[in-house]
Design a protein around this ligand. Structure first.
Ligand code: UT7
Length: 372
C-alpha cells in the first residue's frame, strides 16, 4: 500500500537559514587571513554569507526530438508537447559520463569566478547517475579538473540534488572552513531510461550546471537561505534493481528493473502543491513577500505543473524561468542549468530575489533563496 505523500510540514528538516558570525577564516584557506596589528582594537565580527561568484552549464550535443520518440514508442509530438511542454532533450554520447558533463559546466563557472582549479577547496556533486558506485563522481571531477587541494563528495537527492548540494556548500562557506566551494548538479538520466516505456522515456534529458561559492559580506549574488525536506518512499520514483536491496541478476535485467520507474500522476499531484508551498515559504521564512521576487526558477519537471503552481501563487509567467521545452527534465542539473542560462540571458534582476525550488525522488524537496 502506498504511504501518503507529504504535507508541507511533514518530514521537515529545517536547514540553517541565516548566516553565522565568523570572526576569522579557519582552516583550509587558500588566501591568508589579514594579519591584525596587536595595537589595533578588536574588530567587530564579520557576518559572512556564501556569495555566488561563478555559474556555468553544459548539455551534450546530441538532441532527442519528439519526432524521434514517434519511431520508438506509441506517442506523438503533439501529445508530448501538450502534456509536458517538452520539444527536445539532450543525450550523452557513448562513453560520456556524468563527470564529463560536470567538468564542462565547472570550467565555465571557474572562468566566470576567475578562479583556478587548484584553488578550489571543496567539490560537492548532486547526482543520482554517478559514473560508478565508487569512486564518487565528485572525485572524478576533482581529478579531471586538477583540484588537488579539494575534498570531494556526492549528494544523492535526485531532482533536489542541487538544492541539497548548494545548502551544504553554503554552510561550509558560512562557517569559514572553506573559501572556494564548487557546487555541481549533474545527471545523465537517459542512461536509466527505458526507451520501451512511453510513460517515462519522453521526459528525461542529460546535462550539468555548476556554481562557485565564496565568502561574501552580503549584498548582491548571495545565498540568503536554504530549506531541505524529505520523506522516504521507494514506490513513487525508483530504480528498483541494481542496488543492495535487489542486486543485479538475470531476472532483474529481464524484468527491466534497472530502469527508472515512476508513478507520474502521483508525482504530478505532489509536485504541483510542493512547488507552490516552497515559493511561498521561501519568501515568508525571510520576511519578504512575493513582490520581492525577481525570478522563480522551478525544477523543470512539466510545463503543466509549473503553470498550475504559478497560477495558484498569482505570479506572472514573466517572473518564472522555463527551459523544459529544450532540455526536458535533467534531474539534479535542472536548476543550475536554468540559473546559469537565466543569468547569461540577463534575466536575473540585480538586487531582486531569486527562488530556486525542487522536488523529486526520495521523496526530497527544498528551496534556495538568493539575492541577485
Ligand atoms: O522529476 C520527477 C520525475 N518526473 C515525473 O514524475 C513527471 C511528473 N508527471 C508528469 O509529468 C505527467 O504525469 C506525465 C507527463 C508523466 C503523464 O501525463 P498525464 O497527463 O499525467 O498522463 P497520464 O499518466 O494520466 O496518462 C494519460 C494517458 C494514458 O492513457 P489511458 O490510460 O488514458 O488510455 C497513458 O497511457 O496518456 C497515455 N500516455 C501517453 N500517450 C502518448 C502516457 N504516456 C504517453 C505518451 N504518449 N508518451
Amino acid at each position: 500500500m502506498r504511504t501518503p505523500l507529504p504535507s508541507d510540514s511533514h518530514g521537515e528538516m529545517r536547514a540553517m537559514t541565516s548566516a553565522t558570525t565568523i570572526p576569522t577564516p579557519a582552516t583550509t584557506t587558500t588566501t591568508p587571513a589579514p594579519v591584525t596589528s596587536p595595537t589595533t582594537a578588536p574588530a567587530a565580527p564579520t557576518r559572512v554569507l556564501a556569495g555566488v561568484t561563478g555559474l556555468g552549464f553544459y548539455v551534450p550535443e546530441k538532441r532527442l526530438r519528439n519526432a524521434d520518440f514517434e519511431k520508438m514508442v506509441d506517442t506523438t509530438d503533439a501529445w508530448i508537447v501538450e502534456r509536458t511542454g517538452i520539444r527536445e532533450r539532450r543525450q550523452v554520447a557513448e562513453g560520456e559520463a556524468t563527470s564529463d558533463l560536470a567538468v564542462a559546466a565547472a570550467r565555465k563557472a571557474l572562468a566566470q569566478a576567475n578562479l583556478a582549479a587548484e584553488d578550489v577547496d571543496l567539490i560537492i556533486v548532486g547526482t543520482v547517475t554517478p559514473d560508478h558506485y565508487f569512486p564518487s563522481t565528485a572525485c572524478m571531477v576533482q581529478n579531471k579538473l586538477g583540484c588537488w587541494k579539494a575534498g570531494a563528495f556526492d549528494i544523492g537527492a535526485a531532482c533536489s540534488g542541487f538544492i541539497y548540494a548548494l545548502s551544504v556548500g553554503q554552510k561550509f562557506v558560512e562557517s569559514g572552513s572553506h573559501r572556494n566551494v564548487l557546487v555541481i548538479g549533474a545527471d545523465a538520466l537517459t542512461t536509466l531510461t527505458d526507451y520501451e516505456d512511453r510513460n517515462t522515456c519522453i521526459l528525461f534529458g542529460d546535462g550539468a550546471g555548476a556554481a562557485i561559492l565564496q565568502p561574501s559580506l552580503g549584498g548582491e549574488r548571495t545565498v540568503i537561505g536554504t530549506y531541505l525536506a524529505a520523506k522516504g518512499d521507494n514506490e513513487v520514483i525508483v530504480v528498483p534493481a541494481g542496488g543492495t536491496a535487489k542486486p543485479t541478476s538475470q531476472a532483474t535485467l529481464d524484468a527491466r528493473e534497472h530502469y527508472l520507474h515512476l508513478d507520474g500522476r502521483e508525482v504530478f499531484r505532489f509536485a504541483t502543491s510542493t512547488m507552490r508551498e516552497l515559493v511561498a515559504k521561501a519568501v515568508a521564512d525571510h520576511g519578504y513577500d512575493l513582490d520581492d521576487i525577481g525570478l522563480i526558477i522551478p525544477h523543470q519537471v512539466n510545463q503543466r505543473i509549473i503553470d498550475a503552481a504559478v497560477k495558484k501563487l498569482g505570479i506572472e509567467t514573466e517572473r518564472v524561468y522555463v527551459n523544459i521545452d529544450r532540455y526536458g527534465n535533467t534531474a539534479g542539473a535542472s536548476l543550475p542549468i536554468a540559473l546559469a542560462e537565466a543569468e547569461a540571458r540577463g534575466q536575473l534582476v540585480p538586487g531582486k530575489l531569486v527562488v530556486l525550488c525542487a522536488f523529486g525522488a526520495g521523496l526530497t524537496w527544498g528551496y534556495a533563496l538568493l539575492r541577485w
